[in-house]
Design a protein around this ligand. Structure first.
Ligand code: 5GP
Length: 204
């Protein structure tokens, strides 16, 4: 898990407490940044009414997930709120080899693992304007019961303490601003010398 991986594409890690609006931000990013590919994670949690298997997540049972772990197919995985969540290695590697920008929407522990394997990964932490707003958003979603909301709020408090290990912090107060901040980060990162040296053309 700790081996450093060299890649040609760009890996972007987006973390945020549950309910902070990562999915909305990601959906908006799709149309705004070219060549952005989202990694679809695998999870053992139940599918929500508004989710689609294979698009939002690959929804699997515990034994299927564990056989992927045992088969060495996971790039990283974690247990979050009683369920497995993880990133499949093969699709991410294939996209990176093609030079694509791949976005992983993962929690802080997974982000730490990715950072140690891909030191060039760009890590972004999306935060709510306040914890009260986060709780309101979780309640509005109404997809979880009270216990789950309380758990997610407690996890959020712990996660926010890790914000200082990320490259960027973006506040999701108004979605448009958050999306344009992330667009700017991705564009600027793509233009960094280490990623764009080979685009210099001296003679036509
Ligand atoms: P949710 O149940 O709200 O969809 O996701 C719960 C948490 O799991 C979120 O913080 C989300 O970013 C994280 N998560 C989703 N997929 C992965 C993954 O593949 N790996 C890790 N480490 N976390 C993930």
């Amino acid at each position: 898990m700790n081996k450093e991986v060299k890649s040609e594409g760009m890996l972007v890690v987006l973390s945020a407490p549950s309910g902070c609006g990562k999915d909305t931000v990601l959906a908006e990013l799709d149309g705004r940044v070219e060549n952005l590919r989202r990694s679809v994670s695998m999870t053992t949690r139940k599918m929500r009414d508004d989710e689609t298997d294979g698009a939002d997540y690959f929804f699997v049972g515990e034994s299927d997930f564990e056989s992927k772990i045992n088969g060495g197919e996971m790039l990283e995985y974690t247990r979050y709120n009683g369920h497995y969540y993880g990133t499949l290695k093969k699709p991410v590697d294939e996209l990176l080899k093609k030079g694509e920008t791949v976005v992983l929407k993962i929690e802080v522990e997974g982000a730490g693992k990715i950072r140690s394997m891909y030191p060039d990964a760009v890590t972004i932490f999306l935060v709510p304007p306040s914890m009260q707003t986060l709780e309101k958003r979780l309640r509005k979603r109404m997809s979880e019961g009270e216990r789950d909301i309380r758990n997610r709020m407690a996890i959020a408090v712990c996660e926010i303490k890790h914000a200082d290990s990320y490259d960027y912090i973006v506040v999701n107060d108004q979605i448009d601003y958050a999306v344009s901040d992330i667009c700017s980060i991705i564009r600027a990162e793509r233009l960094k010398t280490k990623r764009s040296l080979n685009s210099i053309c001296l003679y036509e």
